[in-house]
Design a binder for this molecule. Structure first.
Ligand code: PMP
Length: 384
């Protein structure tokens, strides 16, 4: 797709070629189930263990066994929220989540209400930063799990995780952190940051879609969400996705190695893009101006609709998002944009650009030009 500019890395990251070649390490005709004891099985087991070490290293986990591989961030979030709440319900039947968590955290948290749990949503300020005083009130000694993401996928804001961890641990609960978008882009250290459960997405690291992992701090008790065999300590039963896991491990290794340089490079493009786009009439940055993911630029435009922006930009050869791909089919205003205090009509005019390896600073003038043209065209025909 020549001349296309892809700016939706939060929805899907191109799989890194180095990762794909790593996945081809297995000899032709290879089949091995890690639960078997013959040579093929041991080879598969080794591939999974190697990946576990690499993923643990990315997030500063000293025990590789603390990593449970699964099918993606959605599944990891479900195991963390549901699994930890149900397993620890003797300590209390209350969960807390920030109001702007991904729906794969919010929905299992809401679902727990059917089994007698109560849920409190902790508010955020106009930048999407969690209100730590409100969190301090929301979390009580009855709260078993509190979920605060490392960074938001729609507005890029990075949360004060260490402070949140202190509040949660003071009251004796567990902190779950969804780091699907932050991992590989920010130096995460589960031990330093006081994280009990951490969600990772393989694709967001440059691995295959449909791969992910949950870090579970040693000693933290979680019950399975799916039941079946004993794979992944019984927490993710079913034959392992050996090639997908191997690729996720390699993607984690590369991300760790390249993060400082690559994050700096992306942040420079992001800042140029933010400065260019916010100079368009009635265009505003959403999310935090400085405490934001290095690859993330998000905006809102008055009097136009996000879907129209997406289609018009597409015709100009540029792929952007309008909020989270996971909720794009609902056509409802984003719960994230409403929670940061935007009115419904403001929340509908959003555009999210997430950068990756294929982007360079030379693309910025073309992107900004396309945004200017799009906004002008759409405003000329808007009934709003
Ligand atoms: N959490 C966050 C913060 C995300 O950004 C996403 C994906 N956009 C998910 C969870 C869900 O990831 P997956 O589709 O890989 O399950």
């Amino acid at each position: 797709m020549e001349d296309r500019i892809y700016l939706d890395h939060a929805a899907a990251m191109p799989v890194r070629p180095e990762v794909l070649s790593f996945g081809r390490q297995f000899p032709d005709g290879f089949a091995g189930n890690p639960s078997t004891l013959y040579r093929e099985g041991l080879l598969a087991q080794e591939a999974v263990s190697g990946a576990r070490e690499k993923v643990a290293a990315l997030i500063g986990a000293s025990a590789a066994e603390s990593i449970v591989f699964c099918s993606g961030a959605t599944e990891a979030n479900n195991i963390a929220v549901r699994g930890a709440a149900l397993r620890n319900k003797k300590s209390g039947k209350h969960v807390v989540a920030s109001a702007i968590e991904h729906i794969s955290v919010l929905n299992p948290a809401k679902d727990l209400q059917k089994t007698g749990f109560s849920l409190t949503l902790a508010p955020v300020d106009r930048y999407g930063t969690i209100d730590l005083d409100a969190l301090g009130t929301a979390v009580t000694p009855e709260t078993v799990v509190t979920s605060v993401h490392y960074a938001n996928n729609e507005i890029g804001t990075i949360e004060p995780i260490r402070e949140a961890a202190e509040i949660v641990h003071d009251r004796g609960g567990l902190l779950h952190v969804d780091a699907a978008d932050a991992a590989g882009r920010m130096p995460i250290d589960v031990e330093r940051d006081g994280i009990d459960l951490l969600t990772l997405s393989g694709n967001q690291l440059g691995g295959l879609q449909g791969t992910g992992a949950l870090y579970i701090r040693p000693g933290v008790r979680v019950q399975p969400v799916l039941v079946g065999g004993g794979q992944e300590r019984g927490l993710r039963p079913g034959t392992e996705n050996v090639v997908g896991i191997a690729c996720m491990g390699e993607a984690a290794r590369l991300a760790k190695e390249e993060m400082p340089g690559e994050s700096r490079r992306l942040a420079a493009i992001r800042d140029r893009l933010i400065s260019g786009v916010t100079s368009v009439e009635e265009a505003y940055l959403t999310g935090h101006p400085t405490e934001r993911l290095p690859h993330h630029a998000s905006f809102r435009f008055s009097r136009i609709e996000g879907e129209s922006i997406q289609l018009a930009m597409d015709m100009l050869g540029i792929a952007v998002a309008t909020g989270s791909a996971c909720t794009s089919r609902t056509l409802e205003a984003s719960h994230v944009l409403l929670a940061i205090g935007l009115a419904h009509e403001e929340a509908h005019g959003s555009m999210v650009a997430t950068l990756g390896r294929g982007n360079s600073v030379d693309q910025v003038p073309r992107i900004v030009g396309a945004v200017e043209e799009t906004v002008k065209r759409l405003r000329a025909i808007t009934p709003l």
